[in-house]
Design a protein around this ligand. Structure first.
Ligand code: DX5
Ligand code: ZN
Length: 220
């Protein structure tokens, strides 16, 4: 059973022309802002280059959780930590040297996290548990917001929760999290929830963040 719950709204589907206003709407009720960085190579979509992302990180009133969906992530991950991200997530599928890169992220003062795409098995990555502060299990194929939560990921979440044991590692889920799915993810052992379209397609994004937290805490 998990004790702390964190809601980390994704601004992927927020209004890009008014991002600082969009962030301001949810800042008071959110734990971190989830920043999806896509390079149109690792995933078939592009969001921000490093300069644009850095400007968002620096201007944000609350900590930024940078989710890097980019190839050759090893060096740029450390730059994202140096730019002031509170947390930097790298995809194991894109990383040459996980241990060295997570060490570099931590040395630059950020929390280090690794992410697994839906098709990536956990077995080869168990050995990195002591190198990370957060583990991200993708519950959709990365690239786009608004997709459906993949229920087949629930056993993988349970497995990671069991592997984490007593370690103070956050277990994040990303993709398709809504009032309908968050409880399933909580029951499987997740404690940190990305929600993009559920929050920004809502008429009251801050109220939606609070509702998600309420449901998550009930299932906890
Ligand atoms: C998908 C991104 C997610 C996405 C979540 O590749 O990593 O963070 O924004 O959006 P929803 O909550 O709409 O699935
Ligand atoms: Zn994400």
């Amino acid at each position: 059973m998990t004790c702390d719950i964190r809601i980390t709204p994704s601004i992927l589907n927020a209004d890009r022309a008014h991002l600082s206003d969009e962030i301001a709407r949810i800042a008071a009720v959110s734990d971190l802002i989830h920043l999806d960085v896509m390079d149109n190579i690792f995933v078939p979509n592009f969001t921000f280059d490093f300069d644009a992302a850095s400007a968002i990180i620096k201007a944000s009133p609350i900590p930024i959780d940078s989710h890097l969906m980019v190839t050759d992530v090893d060096e740029i991950a450390i730059a994202y930590a140096q730019a002031g991200s509170a947390s930097v997530t790298i995809h194991v599928e894109a990383c040459q040297d996980i241990r060295n890169t997570t060490r570099g992220i931590r040395a630059a003062g950020a929390r280090a996290a690794i992410a697994l795409k839906p098709g990536t098995e956990i077995d080869r990555y168990e050995e990195y548990l002591d190198d990370v502060d957060m583990f991200l299990i993708m519950t959709v194929e990365p690239g786009f917001g608004g997709q459906s939560f993949i229920d087949a990921m629930l056993p993988k979440i349970e497995r990671v929760r069991a592997l984490i044991g007593d370690r103070p590692i956050w277990l994040q889920v990303d993709g398709g999290i809504s009032l309908n799915t968050i409880e399933r993810a909580v029951d499987a052992g997740a404690d940190t929830f990305v929600a993009g379209s559920a929050v920004f397609n809502s008429s009251d994004p801050a109220a939606m963040v609070e509702s998600l937290r309420k449901v998550a805490l009930k299932g906890n």
